[in-house]
Design a protein around this ligand. Sequence first.
Ligand code: OFO
Length: 170
Amino acid sequence: MLHKDIETALNKQIEREGFASAQYLAMASWAESKGFEGTAQFLYRQSDEERMHMLKLFHYVNDAGGYAVSPGVASPRIEFSSFPELFELILEQEKGVSEKINELVELSFDKKDHTTHNFLQWYVAEQLEEEALFRSILDKLKIIGDNGGALYMFDKDLQKEAGKNIESPI
Ligand code: OFO
């Protein structure tokens, strides 16, 4: 049986992953409306990934004897001034998620809940990967600056990234 505090904290995390999915979806729409197809595909994929992160937690809570709560959807931001601004926001969002995952790991440790502690390791590794990905994207954008041709290539690169298989965690 899940400790109540852990159940509550995991449900909070379900909410965050759901919000991340909605935020990526809003970003995908923005990129698509600007004609950046590759970036849009990449962001749609990110949105799907976050939904899977949410579902993986959801199933875990119920499998572990808790009660998973389907979260309401808070309104994500829908307007952005530039690609650097959009990707900065993503990196901040992912850093925030990593922080919360670390807090959850600590809580599971405090409560001596080894099963949840073990389950959360997948998220620890995933967040490390995602933060690294978005840091490298931001580095590329710094080099690109206002160069339209380079931005076009950047969009094509993200299209390739979007085509990579997503490892399904559920
Ligand atoms: Fe990248 O947020 Fe999910 O875990």
